[in-house]
Design a protein around this ligand. Structure first.
Ligand SMILES: Cc1cc2nc3c(=O)[nH]c(=O)nc-3n(C[C@H](O)[C@H](O)[C@H](O)COP(=O)(O)OP(=O)(O)OC[C@H]3O[C@@H](n4cnc5c(N)ncnc54)[C@H](O)[C@@H]3O)c2cc1C
Length: 438
């Protein structure tokens, strides 16, 4: 079935009303709000994850007359940051599952389909049912795609058995992964943890999985028999040098061998063998009793193959946005938010929380025919869980400069408070973020 939302026209952009004198007295954002409020613009948000829902709530409050459409088939909301706790046996799966309908404002139209084509030249997206949706303004918030298939022999159905684990895929697979990790923590044996060369969501997660597995080994009796290995496809295991060295030192204390510039390339599930490719092209194979796989990640194919993606450079395929304004570099009526953005750092919910207000402010400016001036500093936050009951809270910007929003937590120290932040406080804050309240 092919259907078409009512076609937008340039006439819709005649929305700037209101007395200049009255507006001049207000703050710039309020001024933009007042004028944009009078408009009946059509905004399409692609993706109903953390960024998409938060944007929908804020925009529907800021633009009372706008037509806001969110496109995404997914109805279940995953609280992704909780998956680490599910995969290490600290939380039940039920704690990370919710319904998007609970968070979407009633005045937002929800099209439960997936976008397969972006046509920014004609301000239109096409969904997988053939529906054409026109927009005046577009926000792409479609997250990442996991590329497990690039690892030869890997079968997603096999997670949870034969010592195969991966926290990333979904709550189901995280829970199955806990089965594999629990079993391993009782017996020990050869464990391998991986980190791919692509950008990953929450760069601390692959490390957390290693640290928390070590803690489980110590709790459940397998530590004495454990042979631990961490293979990173990069030249480090974490992007900030001080923390990279801290992690390497802690790994050494626990007997974790670290191999750098070494990427997982193939798995023989039945034989429990993993093959790795080194930077010099050398390939080697190693037996394992536990393999924790972090999949290579990329932008969803609808973005990757579109005119909206960076066409070259190390962010090729990711959404081509200006790192400061988060406005598309070519199409001024398009913005990006969340993991899909081709910016140098920050695929975290913390980045979403800090960047949603920037996108909203800049979009309102563009709607009001003004320059977008709100600037994002690249804030990201990584709770590095070093064992159950202890974590470091590392917050930094595009430049890798530490930017602490919790002055009472020393980022250089493991603390119980850091753990409480992750285990107790992050989820309520996340839910408030979805509602557009923080
Ligand atoms: C295991 C794990 C632990 C994490 N821990 C933390 C943490 O401790 N702290 C932290 O801040 N962050 C953490 N994160 C990262 C955080 O969860 C993400 O950065 C955040 O969820 C990104 O939000 P998003 O809206 O960009 O993507 P998502 O929330 O994934 O939403 C993207 C949405 O887009 C939809 N979509 C995709 N393609 C299309 C399409 N073609 N058409 C329509 N819709 C589409 C998807 O269905 C999805 O609903 C963690 C992530 C994981 C996986």
């Amino acid at each position: 079935m092919t259907s078409m939302y009512k076609v937008s026209t340039i006439g819709r952009r005649k929305f700037l009303v209101g007395g200049a004198t009255a507006l001049a007295a207000a703050s710039s954002l309020n001024a933009i709000n007042v004028r944009a409020n009078e408009s009946s613009v059509r905004i399409v948000i692609v993706g109903s994850g953390a960024a998409g829902i938060s944007l929908a709530n804020r925009l529907s409050r800021a633009l009372k007359n706008a037509k806001i459409i969110i496109v995404d088939r997914k109805e279940t909301h995953y609280y992704w940051p909780g998956l680490t706790l599910v995969a290490t046996g600290a939380w039940p799966k039920s704690k990370v599952l919710d319904r998007n309908s609970r968070f979407l404002p009633s005045q937002v139209d929800w099209v439960k389909e997936m976008v397969i084509n972006f046509n920014p030249e004609v301000n239109r997206v096409e969904t997988d049912t053939g529906r054409q949706i026109e927009y005046d303004y577009l926000i792409v918030a479609s997250g990442v795609e996991y590329n497990y298939r690039s690892i030869e022999g890997l079968d997603i159905e096999a997670f949870g058995q034969n010592g195969l684990a991966s926290v990333y895929h979904s709550p189901d697979v995280a829970a199955l992964s806990w089965n594999a990790i629990k079993q391993y923590s009782q017996t020990g044996g050869d464990a391998i943890f991986t980190l791919p060369s692509t950008p990953v969501r929450c760069a601390g997660v692959p490390l957390q999985m290693a640290f928390l597995t070590i803690d489980r080994l110590k709790q459940n009796g397998g530590f004495g028999q454990a042979n631990l290995n961490f293979y990173s496809a990069n030249q480090n295991v974490f992007g900030l040098p001080w923390f990279n060295q801290f992690i390497l030192d802690r790994f050494k204390e626990d007997g974790m061998q670290v191999g750098l510039e070494t990427e997982l390339s193939a798995v023989d599930i039945g034989a429990r063998k993993a093959s790795f490719k080194k930077a010099d092209g050398q390939i080697f194979t190693q037996d394992y009793d536990l393999l924790h796989v972090v999949p290579p990640m990329r932008a969803p194919s609808s973005v990757r193959y579109s005119d909206l993606a960076w066409q070259e450079g190390n962010m090729r395929g990711w959404l081509a946005v200006d790192k400061d304004t988060l406005q598309h570099v070519k199409y001024s009526n398009v913005f990006g938010c969340g993991d899909v953005n081709g910016t140098s750092r920050g695929k975290t919910a913390a980045t979403v929380k800090m960047s949603v207000p920037i996108v909203v402010e800049n979009l309102l400016a563009v709607i009001a025919n003004e320059e977008p001036t709100a600037s994002f500093n690249g804030y990201t936050s990584c709770p590095l869980l070093t064992k159950f009951g202890a974590a470091m809270l590392i917050e930094f910007d595009y430049n890798g400069t530490l930017v602490s929003t919790f002055p009472f937590i020393d980022p250089y120290k493991e603390s119980w408070l850091g753990w409480v932040m992750k285990e107790q406080l992050l989820k309520p804050t996340y839910l408030q973020m979805l509602k557009g309240n923080v």
